[in-house]
Design a protein around this ligand. Structure first.
Ligand SMILES: [Zn+2]
Length: 287
């Protein structure tokens, strides 16, 4: 249980305690296998709403749906909104916290004919901002059928898909259908898109949401990096046995790449996830 990340030692290191205590566990599946687990706090007392088991995770919520080639999907934020739609027979996939701004999200969605983005309605517009960023990345790759949907909020200053469902239960399916029908203007035709495209000339699009210097600090925590030039750092790859260093960290971007085994990390956080997961696996198998 400890090896799999489902239990951990208590403060004194004597008893095992449930890693997901008082949390509802959402497994992420890839084909028949569970590849990741996330626990949502049920007490509303924890400072962390979601707790993730250590390890890398690139999967979208309900990602299996994409392999069935649906004519459209509704992209949501988080597990609860996604599964609220799925329970009401809408094809939905969700972004998990770790998916923000990732290129892999765009790669996974790019071949779906129509994408409706249905994020939270909130006063500071963070849901809207996230929707616009994702829509922009898809349009930039040539997708012409991306729509940003606006949830009806009936005067509330904050709402999301699940809250809407709780409030109106019976009329929910009809309301979501209306939202889809009324989302007729593809994002690439909006002024917002044109403005972003114009601004991109001055500031190239970046999927990486971690500053390069922060990434370098994380790599240095785990690796003995040697300075090769003002552009690169290098060391032996921690993921495959080698004596000639081929793991390269790019100072300007924080990207890490092994020229031996081909592994690549967008930033220090991605590297750390994979590195810690490898350590956990080694502990489990007693290497
Ligand atoms: Zn390697």
């Amino acid at each position: 249980m400890e090896g799999a990340g489902l239990a951990r030692k208590d403060f004194n290191g004597t008893n095992s305690i449930d890693f997901f205590k008082n949390r509802i566990i959402f497994p992420t599946k890839c084909g028949p296998n569970v590849v990741f687990m996330s626990g949502r706090d049920l007490t509303n007392k924890s400072s962390r709403k979601y707790l993730n088991i250590p390890g890398p995770n690139d999967a979208l919520i309900n990602e299996d749906l994409l392999y069935k080639k649906p004519p459209y999907v509704i992209l949501t934020e988080g597990y609860i909104d996604c599964y609220t739609l799925v329970q009401n027979k809408f094809p939905s996939v969700g972004l998990a916290g770790c998916n923000r701004k990732k290129k892999s999200v765009v790669d996974k969605l790019i071949n779906i004919p129509k994408i409706y983005i249905m994020f939270d309605f909130d006063p500071n517009g963070s849901g809207d901002k996230g929707a616009i960023n994702t829509a922009y990345q898809l349009c930039r790759r040539g997708h012409k059928q991306v729509f940003i949907c606006h949830l009806p909020h009936n005067g509330l200053d904050k709402t999301d898909i699940n809250q809407l469902y709780i409030e109106i239960k019976n009329g929910f399916t009809g309301i979501i259908k209306d939202v889809l029908i009324n989302s007729t203007r593809p994002f690439h035709e909006t002024d917002e898109y044109k403005k972003m495209e114009y601004e991109e000339q001055f500031k190239p699009i970046s999927y990486n949401d971690m500053a390069a210097a922060d990434s370098i600090a994380v790599y240095e925590k785990y690796l003995q990096l040697q300075v090769i030039s003002n552009k690169y750092l290098r060391c032996c790859c921690p993921f495959h046995g080698e004596t000639q260093p081929s793991f390269t960290v790019y100072i300007g971007s924080g990207l890490g790449r092994c020229f031996g085994c081909g592994l690549e990390f967008e930033n220090g956080r991605d590297f750390e996830e994979a590195f810690l997961a490898k350590q956990t696996l080694e502990r489990m198998s007693g290497i």
